[in-house]
Design a binder for this molecule. Structure first.
Ligand code: SF4
Length: 702
């Protein structure tokens, strides 16, 4: 019997540990089980994780490099990529080059892509599909804490007395974390759970209270909560005086917006009694964790929504202590690794911004000839620049923006019109790969080796357990080979992913004198064997284990210049687009329980396709009846951007005026089902994250 390989699930940001036993490497037959030693899941797996064995097939894999439709060898393909990139660089400068990355990439892959762009090519036009996922949380963390730091661990949810889930269908999107919460509540029935979500989701099953708020009213609700905390004398003034700036302005803004709870209830679309009960629990439960996800982040006021939640925790000092804190749960397996190495266009590297000191420090560390000194284009702007012809060389890695971006059809047109599009992927025929001029075969989950960091900042090893098929290569190797051909051999001569990881850890520690209680360099000196055996561990590591505080911010020290957190006035409410036609419904988009992203992997598992075999539109009985639509009818959903054909699913619990559709289907798996194509790319002005939850649409029987 073969040995068990411990690795990490490649789907959501819970970051479960997976044990793999290879039964037949040639036939790619494996057995999957949950890793009982992993702190994220303690042996549990959800349906997607359990079906991983069905997805390691070679069916549909991209196995050789292609230039156009012609198969070629690696040397020719890499020469072609480098020469086209160099030509654009020479003729149009670095601003004409863009990279679009993915939260599916390992930290090591992300690190070298970011280093090549921001240090050597000289462009910060390197963004990631994480922009669609958690950019508003990143912006909120940085404004409030001075750094993109998540101050909560999964066990805090289990030990809290009140868990508030905002814009999060945890049961479907972070299933193992949901299981942990459900079990904690079963053991401690006095624990209260409040779900704040326009939809009645499966997560509501464990809720003591569900507030089905109107889309976009979150800031009103939490400004109201802040005002109530003040009225009920729940401020921790000692903590505020010592550790928080800006609370007067934030309180005044909250009072101006949300002093009257009756008006708040009315505007949020919930009953006065239900809102009063929530405020009562929120005011008088010290051990409160507020979990938030895409319903908060994917908004034109996403950063303010995040800040409205963080304000409440800072005001009460409910942060940095067991069972308390604001908690952003993110979508992808490398929830935080990409953020840490600078995968976003508005970050430099190792959580550093584009201030002069950081630019200088990174330039010296990398010995970078072309360090960038200002942020690049965020995802929506990046693809607009492609459409405008400003980006002439685009490299897309491990993601499918032709389906997943808002206004997806326009994004696909833009990609098709770009003079050079390189796509690195493990799948041969995605909607984006089809548009590529050069296709590079990348290794897939079973063959990849590196690290990922989950939603609670736990670094896990992803370990290869099957040989790379055909000519498939790791993303970091492909990027480094191009870098060498551009003349940067010395800086990209890694022989092993462990070398990249060590360099990333070294950069984190390099001249980083701010916090001596962290040992940022501890992982910079590990051997390849230690890297191979690296157990899951939370980042950053503490300097002295004996003195290790259990919670970040336990000492009230934040990562701002003066060490204080900052509360911010929250003044905006609502959604970007208001329905001009009273007949129009609000389209909310999100995940289906058993699918992942654009289905390139989960659709391979027949058991995952059984739950929702085709794309659906969930609508209320009232809206269906008024349009003559019966359950199971085909309906056309139309917005100003286009139309999609979906199967009507009438749900008693669906709120009239709102509809829901999953994001996963593309023309590869259905006909006219790209739901992101309907959504206008309105973005949060701070985070750049697009609004994906409230698009006005017309729905008619088809
Ligand atoms: Fe994978 Fe997320 Fe399911 Fe865990 S909860 S098994 S990480 S999809």
């Amino acid at each position: 019997m073969s040995a068990v390989v411990s690795t990490a699930c490649p789907y959501c940001g819970v970051g479960c540990g997976v044990n793999v036993r290879v039964q037949d490497a040639d036939e790619r037959v494996i057995q999957i089980s949950g890793d009982s030693g992993h702190p994220a899941n303690r042996g549990r797996l959800c349906g997607k994780g359990l079906a991983l064995a069905d997805t390691v097939t070679l069916e549909g894999r991209l196995l050789r490099p292609l230039i156009g439709e012609r198969e070629t060898d690696w040397s020719t393909a890499l020469d072609e990529v480098a020469s086209r990139l160099q030509q654009v660089l020479d003729e149009h400068g670095p601003e004409a080059i863009g990279f679009y990355l993915s939260g599916q990439m390992l930290t090591e892959d992300y690190y070298v892509a970011n280093k090549l762009c921001k240090g050597f090519i000289g462009t910060a036009n390197v963004d990631t599909n994480s922009r669609l996922c958690m950019a508003s949380s990143v912006a909120g963390h940085k404004k409030a804490f001075g750094s993109d730091t998540v101050p909560v661990r999964y066990e805090d949810l289990e030990s809290a007395d009140l868990v508030v889930l905002v814009g999060s269908n945890l049961a479907w999107c972070h299933p193992v974390l949901y299981q942990r919460l459900r079990e904690a509540k079963a053991q401690r029935p006095d624990m209260r759970i409040v779900v704040i979500d326009p939809r009645v989701t499966d997560t509501v099953d464990i809720a003591d209270l569900h507030l089905a708020i109107a889309p976009g009213s979150d800031t009103l609700l939490f400004n109201g909560a802040l005002h109530q905390l003040r009225l009920h004398a729940q401020a921790d003034y000692v903590f505020l005086e010592q550790h928080v700036d800006g609370f007067s302005e934030a309180l005044n803004a909250a009072e101006r917006m949300a002093a009257d709870p009756v008006a708040v209830a009315q505007a949020c679309g919930v009953s006065v009694d239900a809102l009063a009960r929530f405020y009562q629990w929120f005011c008088y439960t010290e051990k409160t964790v507020t979990v938030y996800s895409q319903g908060v982040n994917q908004s034109t006021i996403g950063t303010e929504k995040v800040l409205s939640i963080i304000n409440c925790h800072l005001f009460t000092g409910r942060i940095g202590k067991p069972g308390m804190g604001p908690f952003s749960v993110t979508g992808q397996p490398n929830a935080m690794g990409g953020r840490e190495v600078g995968g976003l266009a508005n970050q430099l590297a190792a959580h550093m911004d584009f201030d002069a000191d950081s630019v200088d420090r990174v330039a010296r560390f990398w010995k970078a000839p072309n360090i960038v000194s200002k942020p690049g284009l965020k995802a929506v702007d990046l693809f607009q620049a492609v459409a405008d012809g400003r980006i002439k060389f685009l490299w897309i890695i491990a993601t499918n923006p032709a389906v997943s971006m808002p206004e997806a059809a326009r994004v696909a047109e833009a990609i098709a019109s770009c003079p050079t599009v390189v796509v690195s992927d493990c799948i041969k025929d995605t909607d984006t790969v089809r548009l590529a001029k050069i296709k590079l075969p990348a290794t897939a989950w079973a063959e990849k080796s590196g690290t990922v960091t989950n939603s609670e900042r736990c670094i896990s090893r992803q370990r290869a357990f099957l040989p790379a098929p055909g000519e498939a290569k790791p993303d970091w190797w492909i990027i480094c080979e191009v870098a060498k051909r551009l003349g940067f051999a010395e800086a990209f001569s890694y022989q092993h992913e462990a070398e990249i990881f060590r360099e990333h850890a070294r950069l984190s520690a390099f001249e980083n004198f701010g916090r001596r209680d962290f040992d940022l360099g501890a992982l910079a000196v590990i051997s390849e064997l230690e890297y191979q055996q690296l157990p899951p561990q939370r980042w950053p590591l503490r300097a002295t284990k004996a003195k290790q505080p259990k919670e970040l911010f336990e000492d009230g020290r934040f990562f701002t210049a003066n060490g204080k957190a900052r509360m911010h006035p929250v003044v905006n409410v609502g959604c970007a687009v208001s329905a001009s036609d009273a007949q129009m419904l609000r389209l909310n988009t999100g995940r289906s329980r058993d699918q992942w992203h654009t289905m390139t992997r989960t659709a391979l598992a027949s058991r995952l396709n059984q739950y929702r075999p085709e794309p659906t539109l969930t609508l209320s009985a009232f809206d269906a009846a008024s349009r003559g639509i019966a359950h199971g009818d085909l309906v056309q959903v139309r917005s100003v951007n286009g139309a999609a054909i979906l199967r009507a699913e009438i749900a008693e619990a669906q709120r009239p005026g709102q509809v829901f559709a999953p994001i996963h289907w593309s023309d590869t798996y259905s006909v006219n089902a790209v739901i992101s194509a309907l959504v206008t790319a309105n973005t949060d002005p701070i985070s750049g994250q697009p609004e994906l939850k409230a698009m006005p649409v017309d729905v008619q029987k088809w």
